[in-house]
Design a protein around this ligand. Structure first.
Ligand code: KG4
Ligand code: ZN
Length: 340
């Protein structure tokens, strides 16, 4: 079976091919120009997707040594994401499916991340606890199989990646902030500032807006960003990162006390964070669970995870039609809710 996967939900255009269970191409074209604006500009994103999607698809087919006619299934991200950006990849994929008379499946981007651990040599074992940490989402899930996902916790305000990006902006680090906070944090003293970790008794939810405000107030109290030395910025980055990771691991520990799982998986852009990975490793070892954190190429947005998710849905008898629509937000989709 040959699956073509297409991802265009935000600022990465990606095309992947899974050929007989082997990933033969996973090409990602990143729209770096958004850094000039301090964040993703939706209209510019759509236009850039439109320019690159066809050449990138041709390159992925060439790399996989296949032609369009060889494809058995076409999977594309349907949402959540920027609606104009989603429309480019989704419409392109539907057009290919219609022209080639091949099955099409719209994939939930978050579900792509959830199952991205299956792109690794060591795969998660069902049931597994999944921590989804990206720029737009912070979710804790109990994944029972490919079609049963239970939501245990969600963020009540900012996503963790968003809080990394906002803290980085307050320190003048630019966008995307996550990797920059991580680099600065390695030179900082984690004991210097005590930033708050939200205590939510309600379910296994998360909150990051208090942490962001605490960083803002701290910077203001020092007289603004211009008064901060590089050393001081490194300390703030280290203490912010430590508080953000604590907020995540605290709920993972609580979930492990409550639910019996075989593996733990951390996915999404923030899963690239070294401090989060090392803290999760300690938890997994202590609880004798396998920990699956995808390689960095599968943590950020990529089409390999979309192709894999499309394939797993198709193999579980799920079918989609060309009339399925893109959706901008998670609460408007019918996927996660449909299976839980
Ligand atoms: O999953 P992703 O690529 O896109 C979304 O679907 O949101 O996640 C992007 C997010 C950004 O907020 C970025 O700052 C964050 O992941 N990120 C990191 C790191 N690398 C990327 N956050 C913390 N540490 C990192 N090393
Ligand atoms: Zn993502």
């Amino acid at each position: 079976m040959i699956v073509l996967g297409i991802e265009s939900s935000c600022d990465e255009t990606s095309v992947a091919v899974i050929k007989n269970n082997i990933l033969s191409a996973n090409l990602v074209s990143s729209q770096d120009f958004h850094k000039n604006y301090g964040g993703v500009v939706p209209e510019l994103s759509s236009r850039a997707h439109l320019q690159i999607i066809n050449p990138l698809t041709k390159e992925a087919l060439k790399k996989s040594d296949i032609e369009l006619k060889d494809i058995d299934l076409i999977a594309a991200t349907a949402g959540p994401g920027l609606i104009g950006a989603l429309l480019v990849g989704l419409t392109y994929a539907k057009g290919l499916a219609l022209g080639l008379n091949k099955p099409f499946i719209g994939v939930n981007h978050i579900e792509g991340h959830i199952f991205s651990g299956f792109l690794m040599q060591e795969k998660p074992e069902f049931p597994f606890l999944c921590l989804v940490v990206s720029g737009g989402h912070t979710l804790l899930l109990l994944v029972k199989d490919f079609t049963e996902i239970c939501k245990l916790g969600n963020t009540v305000d900012d996503a963790v990646g968003e809080s990394f990006d906002k803290a980085a902006k307050l320190l003048g680090f630019g966008y995307p902030g996550g990797p920059k906070i991580q680099s600065a944090a390695q030179f900082g003293d984690v004991k210097k500032i005590n930033f708050p970790v939200a205590e939510l008794k309600d379910k296994l939810n998360f909150s990051f807006s208090g942490l962001k405000t605490a960083v803002l107030r701290y910077v203001q109290a020092q007289g603004g960003i211009d008064k901060l030395t590089e050393e001081h910025k490194n300390d703030i980055a280290a203490c912010f990162q430590s508080a953000a990771v604590n907020a995540l691991t605290k709920n993972v520990k609580r979930a492990l006390e409550k639910y019996e799982v075989k593996s733990i998986s951390v996915v999404g852009g923030v899963a690239a964070n070294n401090h989060l990975k090392s803290e999760m490793k300690k938890i997994a070892e202590k609880n004798k669970k396998s920990l699956i954190v995808p390689d960095i190429q599968f943590c950020g947005d990529n089409a390999a995870m979309i192709a894999f998710r499309g394939k797993s849905l198709y193999e579980n008898g799920i079918r989609d039609t060309l009339s399925s629509k893109p959706f901008p937000a998670l609460n408007e989709n019918h996927f996660l809710e449909m299976y839980s």
